[in-house]
Every structure is written in C-alpha cells, then in structure tokens.
Design a protein around this ligand. Sequence first.
Ligand SMILES: C[S@@+](CC[C@H](N)C(=O)[O-])C[C@H]1O[C@@H](n2cnc3c(N)ncnc32)[C@H](O)[C@@H]1O
Length: 213
Amino acid sequence: MTNLVAHWDHRAENYDETPGNSLTPEQAEAWKSMLAEVFPTRPGRLLDIGCGTGTYALLCAELGFDVHGVDTSERMIARAREKALGRRGPDGGPAVTLSMLDAQDIDGRYDAVFSRNVLWTVTDPGRLAGVVATHTTESAVWVAVETMWDGRPNGDFRKAGKALPGFGGWHPNVLRDVFARHGFARTTWSSISNRPELATADKDLHVLFRVSR
Ligand SMILES: C[S@@+](CC[C@H](N)C(=O)[O-])C[C@H]1O[C@@H](n2cnc3c(N)ncnc32)[C@H](O)[C@@H]1O
C-alpha cells in the first residue's frame, strides 16, 4: 500500500466531518441544481473518480445518473457503501455501484465524469485525464471540482503530501492545459468560493471545471 492510499484509508473514518462532506439538505439541493446545469446528458453512466465516502456519487445518482464510484481506499469505499445502504436507484436497484479500484484500471465507457478534490491528490493529473479520454463517449462532460489553498503538508499528511506536486491546488490554467493535451479542447472554469449554500464559505478557493471535447 502506498503512503497516499494509507493516508486516505486513515482519513476515512472521520472524513464526513470535512467541509463539503456533511452537507445540509439545503446544501445538497444547491449542489444538485448546480450539477444539473453543468451536466447536459442525463440519464447516462457517470464515473465518480476518487469518490471518497460517496457524498457526491449519491447526489449524482439523485440526478438520474447510473453512477460508478471508484476509490483506491478500501475504507473510503466501505464508508460509501454504508452511506448508500437503503438508498435505491430509479429502477429499485442500488443507488450507486462502488468499487475499490484505481481509476487507471477502469473498464467501459461513461457518458459523464465527476471528480472532487482528486486532481491535487495525484502525482500526474495528465494520467487521469488520459484515462478519462479513453473511457468516455464523444459528448461526455467531466465536472472536476478542485480546491486551492495556502498550505504545506502537515499533520498526518506530512509524509504523503510531500510527494504531491499539486499539493495546495493546481492553478486552473495548468489543469486546462492538461485537459487540452488529452483531447478536451473545451474547458471552462468558475469560482464557487464563498458560497455558504455549497459549503464553500471558507478561506480556500473552490473551482468548478467543466471539461469536454
Ligand atoms: C481529497 S479525497 C476526495 C474524496 C471525495 N471526492 C470528496 O470530494 O469528498 C481524494 C480521494 O481520491 C482517492 N484517489 C486518489 N487517487 C485515486 C485514483 N488514482 N483512483 C481512485 N481513487 C483515487 C483517494 O483515495 C481519496 O479518497
């Protein structure tokens, strides 16, 4: 197990206490209406990369997507499974499919992709962009939500964080160029900071990218 996987495993138990993972019903509704605007194709198959404890995978399922959430952390996936228990999709089946899986190893083709706070956690976001390019339909939209902050790896991130060139967040123009190199010619991004209704009213910068070919 790498330091990073161990780090996220360790964080899983209390992860729902982090900002954005304990949404009030009103905040969940605000996220859903924003996502409904940026994702034109529904229903369809949606991949949630690095789904963590499944907060956003479940929101996307409520929008009508057939969601596959993947995460390399066994404990994050276990927490997501607990949260998904008792939630049903439109056909009465499970609301989401969850796999302990590295996004590099996915199969099949998706109509939409969601990721939140994953690109800063990987050593090479281009590798992930390449995976998304290979496993999406031509008209797929990828919504990537990322945070930028002023900080150094500390606490239990001291070891794992040092290996991350994107620690503190990638500049939006850097990510736009990464997406473009993998065939996603159209990237728009906007700040969703300081919006209490989205649980983003802290000192960090929160950015939503809408990425397509
Ligand atoms: C900062 S957490 C974000 C979790 C969730 N998306 C959220 O917004 O709450 C980053 C997550 O990405 C996962 N992750 C990192 N690299 C991954 C990869 N290559 N494939 C799948 N999951 C990955 C980590 O295990 C961790 O759960």
